[in-house]
Design a protein around this ligand. Sequence first.
Ligand SMILES: [Zn+2]
Length: 506
Amino acid sequence: MTQESKPKDAAAVILLSHQTDQDNPEVYWVQRSTKLAFLGGFYAFPGGQLEPQDAEPGAANCEDQQRAALINCAAREVFEELGILLARGGELLTNGQRRSLFDDLKSGRMSWPALLKHYDLHVDAHDYTFVGRWVTPPFSPRRFDTWFFLVRCPPKQQPELATEGELACGEWISARDAYARWQRSEVVVVEPILHALRTLGGGLTDDLVDRFLSVPQTKGEPARRIEFRPGFICFPVRTPTRPPATHTNCYLIHTSWKLLIVDPGSPYDDEQQALWNCITELLNEGRTLRGLVLTHLHPDHVGGVEALRKQLGGTVRVLAHELTAEALNGVIGVDDLLKDGDVIELEGNPKITLHTIHSPGHARGHLCFHEKKTGALITGDNIVGLGSVLIDPPEGNMHDYLESLQRLRSLEGLTVLFGGHGPAMANPYARIDEYIHHRLEREQRILEAVRGGARSPSDIVALVYTDVSPKAHAMAQRAVLAHLEKLEADGLIEENDLQDRTEKFL
Ligand SMILES: [Zn+2]
């Protein structure tokens, strides 16, 4: 089994406005830049990773050293990102003085501990209410064990976005308005943010902290069902997939009446059971199953289909592209064929209409599903939230793949991509552009290598894939073959440019 990455300690601040409405409090949230590779375009609370310097001096009135360091980390991050100084003694500074402190920190003239000492400031644990510790689920390329703290914004301080490039914008918003924006599919958030908005929407009651801590995920148990968007549950299941991925995302697309399951990929009993529990819950709420859809033929996407069919008493209909059905013949039964342009309607409230897009390249019968109303796109293994997409001939075809990417790029109003692996992507166009750019750049370098005299895929890999570990070179050779096929088809190289054609059949 491949190694899941170990979560890193981090802290986040749920900043409440100074004299906020007790019934529907105002919080400050930020949108991450769409340029960021990790959770680009997501709405979030300010925060970041723990640094060694955060342990000294930690925070006053806190016996637990780890918590003290994380509180200090929270204070530092909020100052770095918003210019808000959440330290005692800060109330004696003028806005101008606070700004010059900020410049001291940003320019590196003074470290955070030195700055606290120099200006006689101290971070006090009493100002930071602990409201849970969330661990990023293991499907993510980067994982954090994040401590959330609820903090009142001090009087006379206003957030100013300071971290250049990292945050796109920020605003005060009432918890219920923010939650309503998620419900209207206008924003993409991770689970702890959604939970915080829901909890705060219940008002600043005496049992507020208990309500925050009422779910097991606040005690470090990673969320299994992840609702980046309403109606689209992402349920990552452990699969024998290609590193760095360890999980494949199964999507449970649902309205008030209907449920559609996409890619139940795990062959493992425990994972199938966990998925089954979630499916049963959705069905018990009064939904009926519309079907089970496959994006493509790879084992890490279809490994749980027959087990699920059995659990459902054999009644479910499996839908896939004709080429997928042919390839899986005898292994997995496909009941209904889907082709480009087919529409899957899920009746109910709100109704979901999915448009089928045939998008070959990674696999011949690959399908994507587009919901025009909210701009959501299920991308399967065409675009993923971690790792890279393997184009392995003859099933894979680079020419088709780039055409498919261009076609997805041309869809209007995309707001989120739901890939077969890793977190959702809230920066769809930036992401697709990056994919296209990456492939064309590789192609150019491969062409240069061939023109420079490289005569076999292994020669080319050695020249071009210098950023890839030798362990991955066999895979890289498959990708090189795919690029060479495309270059030949485009008439940019000729077959006899390459001596060693046998490598084509590695
Ligand atoms: Zn695949």
